[in-house]
Design a binder for this molecule. Structure first.
Ligand SMILES: CC(C)(COP(=O)(O)OP(=O)(O)OC[C@H]1O[C@@H](n2cnc3c(N)ncnc32)[C@H](O)[C@@H]1OP(=O)(O)O)[C@@H](O)C(=O)NCCC(=O)NCCS
Length: 211
């Protein structure tokens, strides 16, 4: 089990549970054509965003299969909510999860998606003890594909005409990273979002509790 009760700090970001006052920023993201281009859902109404926020207020714990952890991504320097990251515990028995990231265009191109995603993968592997984490993306989503590869995920599949949105069929790519690959990256080129501890051990994010 993993519960995020306090904001997690990375060098430039806070990853924290959603709050009711995130509604305006989330509405902006959920109606922005640049954000929605490769996502599988249409623009949301104000009411739908309120429902999404209400659901997310309690999505801070992974306790059972198919639980979702969804965290708002906030810039520490401005306090602005610029996006969200999510982790779904897809199999308890096989220790799998799937993750995703969405940033408002104002937050894109600065490495924030990578920083937030590294923190989330750190929770998945180092705190929850998962064996394998996957991600899916529209095959045309070049920014997502580039980001996933930079995080150390490998492409494992190309599903032809797998999803339908905007009245058309779209291909989907499946990416994955194993615990051993994550650990090797942390020892090597991947710079952990948490920083290292005093004796060189991977640092711990504040705010995450295991049970
Ligand atoms: C996918 C998505 C999250 C990627 O965001 P992003 O901003 O491209 O990714 P990053 O935050 O890692 O930023 C990458 C860029 O920041 C730059 N960067 C990296 N670290 C940096 C740092 N510390 N300081 C400044 N810039 C930095 C890099 O040069 C990189 O640019 P490049 O790839 O052109 O070389 C974003 O495009 C998005 O939200 N899209 C809409 C929703 C979506 O499609 N989500 C994915 C669904 S699967």
């Amino acid at each position: 089990m993993l519960a995020v009760t306090e904001p997690l700090s990375t060098p430039r970001l806070l990853l924290r549970p959603f709050r009711p006052d995130d509604a305006d920023d989330l509405y902006e993201m959920r109606t922005c054509p640049d954000v929605l281009r490769h996502l599988y859902w249409p623009a949301a109404s104000r009411n739908e965003v309120r429902e999404v926020i209400n659901a997310r207020l309690t999505m801070n714990t992974l306790a059972a299969e198919n639980d979702y952890l969804v965290l708002a991504v906030e810039r520490r320097d401005t306090g602005r909510m610029i996006g969200e990251v999510d982790l779904c515990w897809t199999s308890v028995e096989h220790r799998h999860a799937e993750f995703g990231a969405i940033l408002h265009p104002a937050g894109q191109g600065h490495g924030y998606a990578r920083e937030a995603s590294e923190a989330l993968l750190g929770l998945a592997f180092d705190r929850l003890g998962l064996h394998r984490v996957t991600a899916r993306t529209d095959a045309r989503n070049a920014a997502a594909v580039r980001g996933l590869r930079r995080l150390g995920l490998r492409q494992e599949g190309h599903l032809r005409q797998c999803v339908r949105f905007d009245g058309k069929w779209h291909d989907e790519l499946i990416f994955a990273i194993l615990a051993e690959e994550w650990a090797a990256g942390r020892r090597g080129t991947v710079v952990g979002a948490f920083g290292d501890g005093p004796n060189g051990e991977p640092g711990s994010p504040k705010g995450a509790q295991e049970a």
